[in-house]
Design a protein around this ligand. Structure first.
Ligand SMILES: Nc1ccn([C@@H]2O[C@H](COP(=O)(O)O)[C@@H](O)[C@H]2O)c(=O)n1
Ligand code: CDI
Length: 157
């Protein structure tokens, strides 16, 4: 088995939705990012890459590369999954925590879990997405941005 962890942050900016775990969540702000700015998928990619010491998402998908401008982060997740499948591994389970005051994540968590599980070719019960506020403290607490932390365990495929 191998274990990995990932962390990602994006500041809020103009917009009317936020992509979280591949789900379009309506919000009065968007996020500032080169891609679609999906903190859940970015943190999960980093956890998967980290588990095999394969660097981080920015190494595989440089923010300077115009191909990733506005990119759907499911492309990144798919690629990371291929990298570990090629090496004989699959995600055994993963646990992601989203940190923001708003939007509310809970109502969308089942859809996020289903989408991620589908991309990884594993069961929905092996993917957890949960959320917490920062009790109004710090940058997430002031509503300046959104963060996510992910942990994943890899098992032999
Ligand atoms: N963006 C968020 C933040 C929290 N939740 C849910 O609310 C519960 C209470 O949050 P606390 O920060 O007071 O622990 C939390 O357990 C989540 O279920 C949410 O859905 N979206
Ligand atoms: C995803 C990439 C793609 O260019 O850019 P961003 O969308 O800005 O997201 P970040 O979490 O900063 O990761 C770096 C890049 O790989």
């Amino acid at each position: 088995m191998r274990i990995g962890q990932g962390y990602d942050v994006h500041a809020f900016g103009d917009g009317d939705h936020v992509m979280i775990g591949g789900v379009r969540v309506p919000h009065e702000r968007g996020v500032l990012a080169h891609s679609d700015g999906d903190v859940v998928l970015h943190a999960l990619c980093d956890a998967m890459l980290g588990a095999l010491a394969l660097g981080d998402i920015g190494i595989h998908f440089p923010p300077s590369d115009p191909r990733w401008k506005g990119a759907d982060s499911r492309v990144f997740l798919r690629h990371c999954n291929e990298l570990l499948r090629e090496r004989g591994w699959r995600v055994g389970n993963a646990d992601v925590t989203v940190v923001c005051e708003r939007p509310r994540v809970g109502p969308h968590a089942p859809a996020m879990r289903a989408l991620i599980a589908d991309e990884l070719g594993i069961g929905m019960d092996d993917i957890s997405v949960k959320a917490t506020t920062s009790e109004r403290m710090g940058f997430t607490g002031r509503g300046e941005g959104i963060a996510a932390m992910a942990t994943c365990l890899l098992v032999r495929a």
